[in-house]
Design a protein around this ligand. Structure first.
Ligand SMILES: Nc1ncnc2c1ncn2[C@@H]1O[C@H](COP(=O)(O)OP(=O)(O)OP(=O)(O)O)[C@@H](O)[C@H]1O
Ligand SMILES: [Zn+2]
Length: 695
């Protein structure tokens, strides 16, 4: 059946490439998705001699512009009947049409995240496929297709793979014997061989069905090459596509096309890959599912992890969310048996043990040194034993602020309500929020004092301190500053793996997922700052970051050690960390959240507004809040608008309004009613975020 009836009376949907060969009788109208905020699918007439299928990209005029849109439906009637209706100008039948499943995904995302369907759909496409084709379009397509060919390698050359332990085997068995949609939470301690589980499950799924495709989501750009290489080595006869935000348009288009056309059966990528178009998606794996980078920070603020679960359900296939420190949302679902819990309690390599974690005193305030004598001694003996040391400090730059001790001046951004960070190497003061920079002044700009001082320590200063403490040792700093150029991070990590580094210093970039074989000691400095943060999820994130960092120690040989410098040794979070007891931390935190009516026991949405003055943003949110309270039932609560924690960003002042509901459905219904047709004053810009992670 090429035509299939759906809910509407007159709606006819035609799917698949073959549909282009069918000429329907009578007039045909297309509902076309375009990337214009606030516009729903637009009706166009399909010229009589044009063959078009649902899911095709077409060109059409919107207002005075010609754009590329996607056909969401074909119908024999239009509500615009009688009015002036425009025609589609051309069909871009250069690639097979997008599938019904892909259209459903983008539609769901738009409804869930309260954005236009057109916006959601078009933002999911690589630039190459959503811009008007240039002259070399066909040639480029051919080039992409040549790139995405599976290597011709003997099947027998498959690299040897480790024999799974009993826990790994049980996990693999559970997933491969799942019938239809089953969501799994793979809870495995750091180094327990989760990746190995993914690879085995992939192998079985790909082997079983020669058309099956697998999506492996990874949290960090920097992990993509590492994991892609591991997957490639395991599947040498497959073309393994990869995708992340640093890819050029061409690279992304080539990977996208290979997946869309089914040539790539494996896609490894960061959050944006969740919107890829597959021919036959048969398995989704989400590595480090708790990671915040799965949440998009602007535009359509989707959660790739949540969409992964939805998409697996839609495709009747299993989805595996893996983590050593699952998000509390996922953990709560596992407790409720909505997710099937699979556990790996042991480190995979027989010689590897979970590290011992100790809490130690930091230096007294004002000592000017970050590394305590105890930490220094341990680093020294570790280096003497020929092992690598990892020192973690989650703050880049030389010092978070520069200040004048005589008049009290502090370096601040002119556009944001934030300090500018002192970067010594670059001789600059930089705002980490907006990127504004200025040269370091020779003297205090207010009182002229020449002795302005760095206050506090970032990774750059720490690197200096370590160079002083350990002369002659090879010290490497990895953070966003040291790896701003393409492939720099990849090269830096390669040096660590090759043993060309003694001490690795860095931010959370070094924490995640890396399988360091020779790190014996991890030192965590200054975790206390985040402990004191008022954000509801700060502690959850701190716990998982620290567990991840700690998990880099002792992964291959012998027992690793972790030292945490803290003033709060009695803090339950550190106690749970010391015992490496995620369950305890998660269960206690969930209990607290339940008592406080907090997430995940309630559902949240955050409406934010910005303007040139805070008062305007607040005023606008107040009108919404008032309207909302007028219609809210007991199940939905509308809070008071408040300034955002970072009030001013790039000269815009911002406020937020939190709305909470006991049920997801009620909250969504409420928001749709509330925000439908909301018009803000021309100098206020607003948006809504569903399931905000940062309140
Ligand atoms: N069954 C096994 N036998 C021997 N070695 C194994 C086995 N499974 C995994 N390994 C090895 O153990 C190391 C850790 O495995 P892997 O990277 O998959 O762990 P992980 O659980 O993903 O870790 P993390 O969560 O810390 O990133 C790797 O070097 C891997 O090759
Ligand atoms: Zn700024």
């Amino acid at each position: 059946m090429l035509f299939s009836e759906t809910s509407g009376k007159t709606q006819k949907y035609i799917f698949g490439e073959e549909a282009r060969g069918i000429v329907p009788e009578g007039n045909l109208y297309a509902k076309v998705l375009v990337d214009v905020p606030g516009l729903g699918p637009l009706d166009y007439k399909v010229p009589d001699d044009m063959l078009v299928a649902v899911g095709d990209r077409v060109t059409a005029n919107v207002q005075t512009r010609k754009v590329v849109g996607v056909v969401a439906a074909l119908e024999n009637a239009t509500d615009l009947q009688g009015k002036r209706i425009r025609s589609i100008t051309s069909v871009l039948n250069d690639v097979p049409p997008l599938s019904a499943e892909w259209l459903a995904l983008t539609r769901f995302a738009s409804l869930y995240y309260l954005r236009g369907w057109g916006e959601a759909a078009l933002s999911a496409l690589p630039l190459f496929f959503k811009r008007l084709p240039k002259k070399n379009h066909r040639a480029m397509l051919e080039k992409f297709r040549r790139k995405g060919i599976a290597p011709s390698v003997e099947r027998s050359s498959t690299q040897s793979k480790p024999v799974l332990n009993a826990e790994q085997m049980a996990a693999v068995d559970a997933v491969v014997s799942a019938k239809g949609f089953v969501p799994f939470l793979l809870f495995g301690v750091t180094g327990s061989g989760k990746t190995e589980v993914y690879l085995h499950v992939m192998e079985e799924v790909l082997h079983r069905d020669p058309e099956a495709q697998v999506l492996l989501l990874v949290p960090e750009i920097n992990l993509t090459p590492q994991l892609q290489a591991r997957v490639k080595a395991r599947f040498p006869h497959e073309y393994v596509a990869a995708m992340h935000s640093e890819y050029s348009d061409g690279e992304r288009a080539a990977a996208w096309l290979a997946v869309h056309e089914g040539r790539a059966r494996i896609l490894v990528g960061t959050r944006l890959s969740i919107f890829s178009s597959f021919k036959k998606l048969a398995l989704i794996l989400v590595d480090e599912e708790h990671d915040l980078s799965y949440k998009a920070g602007d535009g359509l603020r989707y959660s790739a992890r949540d969409l992964a679960v939805w998409r697996a359900a839609k495709n009747s296939c299993p989805v595996v969310l893996g983590s050593a420190t699952p998000s509390l949302e996922s953990w709560a679902k596992a407790l409720k048996k909505e997710y099937v819990l699979l556990t790996l309690t042991q480190r995979a390599m027989s010689k590897a043990k979970l590290p011992q974690i100790d809490l130690i005193d930091p230096n007294p305030k004002g000592s000017g040194m970050l590394v305590s004598p105890e930490a220094e001694g341990s680093i020294r003996s570790e280096l003497d034993a020929g092992r690598q040391v990892l020192v973690f400090l989650n703050r880049r730059g030389y010092s978070p602020v520069l200040s004048c001790p005589s008049c009290g001046w502090v370096s601040a951004c002119i556009r944001c309500s934030a300090f500018t960070v002192f970067h010594k190497r670059e001789k600059a003061l930089i705002c980490h929020h907006c990127g504004w920079r200025r040269p370091v002044p020779d003297a205090c700009p207010v009182c002229g004092n020449v002795d302005i001082l760095p206050r506090g320590t970032g990774t750059e200063r720490l690197e200096e301190e370590l160079e002083r403490l350990f002369p002659g040792k090879r010290i490497l700093r990895i953070d966003r500053d040291s790896t701003s150029k393409k492939h720099e991070a990849e090269k830096a990590f390669a040096r660590v793996h090759a043993g060309e580094v003694d001490i690795l210093v860095g931010t959370q970039m070094i924490a995640k997922g890396h399988d360091f074989q020779n790190v014996g000691l991890v030192v965590i400095l200054n975790a206390d700052t985040q402990l004191l943060s008022p954000a509801a999820r700060a502690r959850e994130h701190l716990f998982s970051t620290l567990m991840q960092v700690a998990g880099r120690a002792g992964r291959a040989n012998g027992k690793g050690r972790v030292l945490i410098q803290t003033r709060f040794k009695d803090e339950p979070l550190f106690e749970a960390l010391r015992l490496q007891d995620y369950r305890r931390f998660a269960n206690e935190t969930l209990e607290e959240r339940r008592e406080n009516f907090s997430v995940p026991f309630v559902y949240q949405a955050l409406i934010t507004a910005e303007s040139d003055a805070l008062a305007k943003a607040v005023l606008f949110l107040e009108t919404i809040a008032r309207r909302g309270r007028g219609v809210a039932s007991g199940e939905v609560r509308v809070f008071d608008p408040v300034p955002m924690p970072l009030v001013r960003l790039m000269n815009r002042e911002r406020a937020q309004l939190l709305v909470e509901g006991d049920e997801r459905k009620t909250l969504h219904r409420f928001l749709r009613g509330l925000l439908e047709g909301v018009k803000s004053p021309s100098d206020v810009v607003w948006q809504v975020e569903i399931d905000p992670t940062d309140v």
